[in-house]
Design a protein around this ligand. Structure first.
Ligand code: FAD
Length: 455
């Protein structure tokens, strides 16, 4: 246990990466009384109002909320900032729409939150703790994790800064250059997959009165089979629109004429919302970004270093769980700090041994959800299944939790969410088979009586 002569031993922790997960983890560690130094490659996000690269807004759900609650920020995010989204608002090609509620039973919602806002809030909160120091414009360039040693380069002066720590938390995101270091370990499993699809962000501005141009409390989806567009509401009544499609499609839309024809064919109702000129300007101002999924393990290097968040398990963004899963890492880690009284060897080992199964599971679920969002939601079979799920969930809320609800509105481990879905599928298939067996002789008898028996 982390006790020296019966007193609590303060650990010297370095967190690499001051993104969403790193900033939150710094808060958890600070709350436990440890000394925390947070190193971030970029400048302080609170001084750069414009979004930087990644999605501008994100869907926050229960796993993320649970972690924010622990550090006292959930209420603020939900009540003062987040915009509730209570279902999917599906746009057909002819411009008509229909709604698929997320949770018709208890009316739970997911919340659209600004990435920069949330990141800034987490950093701001850390100012309340004297035991947290923040270093921006510091890029990690080398490390010896086993020795607890890190070397940073200041991006402005190019000065090298070397630090030692009892514990290194790597939260430097999916494209971390330093993962190479941890990959040198024997028996380290690593698998990364770029999907064929990329994403590009567009924007629907507020209307002339400064209000929303579409009903705000939904996640809007334009599912088109092989590709799709989605929109999440922002605080200023604009919408962040994300177009997901194969890179080959992006490449083929290489002039204004082709772009407009494509939008007229597949997303006609979005053109007046975005505005023709804005659509052209925004589309050609950026280029499509790749989407990566990473599965790796173990997450620790002995009792010295641990990777969390996207650095450990980046997932494709189709069920809005990347950040939520990263925040859940922080909750679980905090529980392990309590359970093992800050004994790093036990904490890091247990986290590494147990967490990977759930992060692998959410990665698979996120891949599946892309098909659901861009294609299945338009199919009667999907809508029928959703209706059946909703009815049984309403009748037996503790027993039958549909997949989306268990992932988004519960903290049931992701692996268990998959197992639940598997037994639910079995039950439904058997019931259908039973119904088929019972009804077919009845049907045959009816046909016989009507057409044969009476003749
Ligand atoms: P990051 O946010 O990537 O932060 C890593 C930080 O480390 C960055 O600040 C970076 O500058 C810093 N860094 C990198 N290298 C170094 C270095 N060498 N030295 C020092 N610092 C370094 N998740 C959801 O839960 N809901 C959603 O709706 C959702 N939508 C998404 C939409 C899109 C299009 C994408 C791409 C992702 C989405 N995600 C969503 C996933 C979410 O963005 C990530 O899971 C989340 O950002 C992970 O946080 P992180 O802190 O682990 O990594």
């Amino acid at each position: 246990a982390n006790l020296e002569n019966g007193t609590f031993k303060k650990l010297d922790v370095v967190v690499v990466g001051g993104g969403l997960v790193g900033s939150l983890e710094a808060l958890f560690l600070a709350k436990r009384g440890h000394r925390v130094r947070l190193y971030e490659y970029r400048e302080d996000i609170r001084n750069t109002p414009q979004a930087r690269g990644r999605s501008i807004n994100l869907a926050l759900s229960i796993r993320g909320r649970t972690a924010l609650r622990e550090v006292g920020l959930e209420d603020h995010m939900i009540n003062n900032h987040g915009i509730p989204m209570k279902g999917r608002n599906i746009h057909r090609i002819d411009g008509s729409t229909y709604i698929i509620p997320y949770d018709s039973r208890t009316k739970q919602c997911i919340y659209s939150v600004g990435r920069n806002y949330l990141n800034g809030l987490l950093l701001q909160e850390s100012e309340k703790y004297e035991n947290v120091e923040r270093f921006f414009n510091h890029k990690l360039i080398a490390s010896n994790l086993r020795e607890g040693f890190l070397s940073f380069q200041k991006t402005d002066t190019k000065e090298i800064v070397e630090v030692n720590a009892d514990l290194i938390i790597g939260a430097d995101g999916a494209f971390s250059a330093v993962r190479k270091e941890i990959m040198k370990q024997p028996l380290f499993d690593y698998n990364q997959k770029y999907i064929e699809h990329g994403y590009l962000e567009l924007c629907i501005p507020p209307d002339s009165n400064g209000g929303f141009q579409m009903p705000p409390n939904y996640l809007h989806i334009w599912p088109r089979g092989e590709f799709m567009m989605i929109a999440l509401p922002n605080q200023d009544c604009s919408w962040t629109v994300t177009l997901f499609m194969p890179f080959t499609h992006f490449k083929s839309l290489d002039n204004e004429d082709k772009l407009l024809k494509f939008f007229e064919k597949y997303f006609p109702d979005s053109i007046p919302l975005i505005g023709k000129q804005k659509l052209i300007a925004d589309y050609f101002a950026g280029s499509a970004s790749p989407l990566i999924a990473i599965k790796c393990r173990p997450y620790n290097v002995e009792d010295k270093a641990l990777i969390i968040g996207d650095r450990a398990h980046a997932v494709v963004p189709f069920n809005g769980q990347g950040m939520n899963a990263g925040f859940e890492d922080c909750t679980i880690l905090n529980q392990l700090f309590q359970k093992h009284h800050d004994d790093l060897a036990k904490i890091l080992k247990e986290f590494s041994d147990t967490r990977w199964e759930d992060t692998f599971a959410i990665s698979d679920l996120a891949m599946y959800n892309y098909i659901e969002m861009r294609d299945l939601v338009t199919r009667p079979s999907y809508l029928l299944r959703k209706a059946i799920d909703d009815v049984i969930f309403w009748l037996m809320p503790k027993v039958w939790i549909p997949l989306y609800n268990s992932v988004t509105f519960s903290t049931i481990p992701y692996t268990q969410c998959i197992k639940n879905r598997q037994w639910q599928d079995k039950v439904l298939n058997r019931s259908l088979l039973f119904l088929g067996t019972v009804t077919s002789p009845v049907g045959a008898f009816y046909v016989y009586k009507k057409f044969v028996g009476l003749s």
